[in-house]
Design a binder for this molecule. Structure first.
Ligand SMILES: Cc1ncc(COP(=O)(O)O)c(C=O)c1O
Length: 431
């Protein structure tokens, strides 16, 4: 990727003002939250109202309950950092893990807290027990953070990383073909499969449960240490698809919570099955109960593996401790309502774009194979220019930070039908 493209990849913002714009909203005017009303949901965000935000999957704006919680913790820490810390020690992390488990299923003991998707991927892949000759299989569609975490691990262990393409044409990708291609790429040496739930490169959503069934079949005749772990970068999809670990049936689910979940910036989680946690070793010392092992009053067997995998050191605690509010925000609205709403807005946008002769959708139309992110091309207009020209029309879009670039629009809970229509009309005027 060229330097200029790299700097602008992900989010081409044009000349965004740094100071709050004239249309800036504030929490002062925020009505009481009514989770049954989409206008009220939208009103919980202090987003500037003079632009249409269509790239919120890139980095969250904090909804009011999250912002209020952050502010409360910040004030307590500023007033008396040591005692504020002591008051929360041993309880705040547990509250976040319980809130995460309430949202995704499973139990708090299966969840580690992180600062981002990238940190989670680095911890899981960096700590994966691999022997010389073992292999990890990933795909050509995965994010830089997955590829690099695996590459770093391979350098240290002598394990091999292989990449497989799951589709040639993203718009016509099919679940059967994706499962089939992955199955064919698995060898006797494969110990882990690292895939992304929703590709930020194309908007394609993988059939995770079907992949899991296929891998379970391969694992059936293997010794426990040789079984393939299915590791998901779930950051896109998480906060849309009503993620539920029982139905996804993966081994590790790794996600930042500062995108679709609208959690505090700088937060994330790793969920892992108990047997899967046994296959990774900690990379960064945790400050939880593991400290007791070092002090000599606990044995390592008494410490949950997920707790040991939560990196220690001091964090931006006002953010970390406010994560539970984001899960609560989603649960108050209702996971299935969130999913239906985002798909409804996405389908409206995709149908509008598909009807334009100048546009080629790169994301499948099917809601079974897409989620939240819509990638597209406009004839004769490079993706960066699409984004820049949309910005000039007051729309914040983004480009894919991958070798092959597309423009992206991503309607989310903070958008409505009128904004979707205005985006389609603006794209229509581009070519
Ligand atoms: C698929 C995917 N994985 C990981 C990341 C990195 O996420 P984080 O900023 O939480 O580390 C991104 C980018 O935003 C992404 O699109």
């Amino acid at each position: 990727m060229h330097r200029r493209s790299f700097l602008r990849a992900g989010l081409s913002l044009g000349a965004l003002p740094l100071a709050p714009a004239a249309g800036a909203a504030s929490f002062a005017a925020c009505p009481v939250f009514d989770p049954s009303d989409w206008d009220s949901v939208r009103a919980q965000f202090a987003l500037s109202r003079d632009v249409i935000h269509m790239a919120m999957f890139y980095l969250a704006s904090h909804p009011k309950p999250v912002a209020d919680a952050i502010e409360g913790h910040r004030r307590a820490l500023d007033e008396n950092p040591v005692e504020a810390m002591h008051a929360q020690q041993g309880v705040a992390d547990e509250r976040q893990r319980r809130a995460a488990a309430e949202y995704i299923g499973g139990s708090a003991e299966q969840i580690a807290l992180t600062d981002s998707t990238t940190m989670g991927l680095g911890l899981v892949f960096g700590g994966l027990v691999l022997r010389d000759g073992d292999e990890v299989l990933t795909t050509e569609h995965d994010h830089y953070s997955t590829h690099m975490s695996l590459e770093h691990r391979a350098e240290r262990t002598g394990a091999r990383v292989r990449k497989v393409g799951l589709y040639d044409d993203s718009a016509s990708a099919s679940a059967g073909e994706m499962v089939d291609r992955l199955r064919k790429a698995i060898t006797d040496a494969t110990r882990a499969v690292a895939v992304t739930w929703v590709h930020s490169s194309t908007g394609v959503k993988l059939p995770i449960a079907a992949l899991s069934t296929m891998i379970a079949e391969v694992n059936r005749d293997r010794e426990p240490a040789d079984r393939i772990l299915l590791c998901i970068d779930g950051v896109h999809g998480f906060g849309i698809e009503g993620a539920d670990m029982d139905s996804l049936r993966c081994d590790f689910f790794i996600a930042g919570t500062h995108k679709w979940i609208f959690g505090p910036r700088g937060t994330g989680i790793i969920w892992g099955r108990p047997e899967a946690w046994q296959r990774v070793q900690p990379v960064i010392p945790s400050f939880g109960p593991n400290y007791g092992v070092w002090l000599g009053y606990l044995t390592s067997e008494q410490v949950q593996p997920a707790s040991r995998m939560t990196p220690g050191g001091f964090h931006s605690f006002e953010h970390r401790w406010a994560l539970e509010e984001a899960f609560r925000f989603h649960l108050e609205i209702g996971k299935s309502r969130v999913q239906a709403r985002i798909h409804e807005l996405n389908t409206r946008m995709k149908e509008g774009l598909a009807a334009l002769a100048s546009v080629r959708l790169r994301t499948p139309m099917s809601t079974a194979l897409s989620s939240g992110i819509i990638c597209f091309e406009v004839d004769g207009v490079p993706p960066e220019q699409v984004v820049e020209r949309l910005r000039n029309k007051g729309i914040i879009a983004s480009t894919t930070p991958y070798r092959e670039q597309y423009a992206r629009l991503a309607p989310s809970l903070i958008n409505n039908e009128e904004e979707v229509e205005r985006c389609v009309a603006a794209v229509a005027e581009l070519s």
